[in-house]
Write a protein that binds this ligand. Sequence first.
Ligand code: C5P
Length: 285
Amino acid sequence: MNNPIIVALDLPSPQKAVKLAEELAPVVGAFKVGKQLFVSGGPDIVRKLRATGAKVFLDLKLHDIPNTVAKAVIAATDLGVQMTTVHASGGTAMLAAAENAAHEQAAMLRAEPPLVLAVTVLTSMDDGDFAELGVGGSLEEQVLRLAKLATGAGLRGLVCSPQEIEILRAELGDDVQLVTPGIRPATMKADDQKRTMTPAEAIQVGANWLVIGRPITGANDPRVAAIGILHSINPELVPESERREPIPEIVDCAECGQSLKLDATEQATGRYHCPHCDKDVAHKG
Ligand code: C5P
């Protein structure tokens, strides 16, 4: 199993993004560059992230005439990204043009083609927003219709919400790559994500990649947070250099001295949140 964590680098400054990426590269699978970071950092941010040795997911959600989208995918392939996104609602011709562009340009460069992922219905839309568009059927039916349209046009992957993974996996089989945001470790707050799954749950129901932002980028120690998440998915994913002797299940808080029970991830990372003194604590052995 590959490291499935894609860290969403939703940060205001390209400098901060590169610094964080350098710290996290050994313990995560890829970095996602979205519109905010790409508009501020330009193609150079992608080059700098690639220079850390990490994979890059360029999430620009392209939606335009087929020729324009194909040209943008060629430019992304030239930049050496491993994944990029297009809106499935752009239709078969646009989707096929994007996929073909990725393959043809990669063949010219003798490189692997980037995975062109289709976005179906934005998860920010609810049934009311959807009805306004005048598209017949339910939102879920539209997700499935667009997912089939995208795979029918040759796309090898989709971005989906955690709740859609099971149905898409059942309908589309095992080959399609499913990339999902809306991931929250059990101990963390949901922020503005409404329907979340833990990293382990999402992998269990069939996700290939997990897009995780604030639980890692907003943590006191992002590297420890990433290692904790990896450990919760599969302890063998944690690089050997980062493994440590697990600490006991019951410990006395290093800050307030009261005893507390740790879960497996907290035992593995030696970091916990103490419910007694409400502090993030690094265990002192
Ligand atoms: O911080 P958080 O883990 O919520 O970040 C999730 C990332 O995934 C953000 O970059 C967000 O824009 C993106 N995303 C999402 N929901 C979608 C599609 C993308 O949260 N449906």
